[in-house]
Ligand binder design. Sequence first.
Ligand code: TRP
Length: 334
Amino acid sequence: MLNGKKSLFSGMQATGTLHLGNYLGALKNWIELEDEYESFYCVVDMHSITVRQEPAELRRKARALLTLYIAAGLNPEKNCIYYQSHVPAHAELSWILNCYAYMGELSRMTQYKDKASKNENNINAGLFTYPVLMAADILLFQSDIVPVGDDQKQHIELTRDIAQRFNSIYGDVFTVPEPYIKKTGARIMSLQEPTKKMSKSDENLNASIFLLDDSDTIIRKFKRAVTDSDNEIRHSSDKPGISNLIEIYGIATGKSIAETEKEFEGKGYGEFKIAVGESVAAMLKPVQDRFYELEKDKAYIDSVIKNNAEKASYYANKTLRKVQKKIGFPERIR
Ligand code: TRP
C-alpha cells in the first residue's frame, strides 16, 4: 500500500525487444490497472549487467523500452516508468536483503541455474543474487501485486519469504506481495514451435513478432509460421500452430474462434496467414506511429525520465529509511 492505494511493481529487462506475447499477454492488460493501483514499471538496467552488455546498446535499448511502454498506452503521469539505475535505493536495499537471503534458497532458483549453464565463463555473483535485487525492487514500493509471467513465480515466492522473514524479526515493515498472473490473458505461442511460448530469448527471429516490426516483416513471418499439413482452419489441441494463429487473429480483429473458422471455411492456410499478418500489422500500427513520434520528442521523454525517477526515489527512500532504522543503522544528522 502507498498513499492508501494498493501498489503494483513490475520490472522489465531492456535486453531483447518486446514481442507480441509481451504486448497481448501483459502490457496491454496493464493499462486497465492504472487507476486502481499506484503503479511502477521499472526498466531494470541493473539486472541487465548480470550478463555482459555492449554499453551503447544497453543505453539505446533501455530508452527504447521506456518509450515503447508509453507508446503502448501506459500513461507516464499515472504509471511511474523509470530506470532502476536512477534510484540508488534499489542497490541499497538489495545489499541489506542479501544479508537476509540464504545461499541455499538462491542456489535453487531455476533461472539462476539456467543462466549459469548458458554463461559458464561468467557466472558472476550478481547473477546469483539477481533475485535479491528483484526482491528489493518489489519491497521498496510496498507492492501488493507483481504482474509477471509464469517464469518469474519462483522469484516472487522468494521475495515473499524474504519479506516475511524480515517482518518476523522487525515487525510489519514490508507488504508481502502476490504474483499477478492473468490466467485468462492471451498466451501467444512461438510461430516456429507453436507448443512453446513466444520468447524474447528465442534465437530464431521468425519465431516472434516484435512490436516494432514493419508490416512487410510481420506478414512475412506469419506466412512462414509453422502449421500442420491438413490445410483446415480449425481450432484444436492437435493443431497448435493454426490454433495459435486463430487466437492471435481473434485478438487483433475481435472475432471469436467460431467466427474465424466460418470466415475461412474452405480456404487455405496461405490466405489465412496473410489475413492474420495484416490484422496484426494494423493492430500494431498505432503503437508504432506513437513510438516514432515520441522518440523524436527528446525533451518530453527526458522529462518523463527525470520526473518519474524523482517520484520513484521518494517512495523508495521512505521504505529504505524505515528499514535502516529497524536494523540499527545510525540516525542521519540533519
Ligand atoms: N526478472 C524479471 C524478468 O526477467 C525482471 C524483473 C526485475 C522484475 N525486477 C523485477 C519483474 C521486479 C517483476 C518485479 O522478467
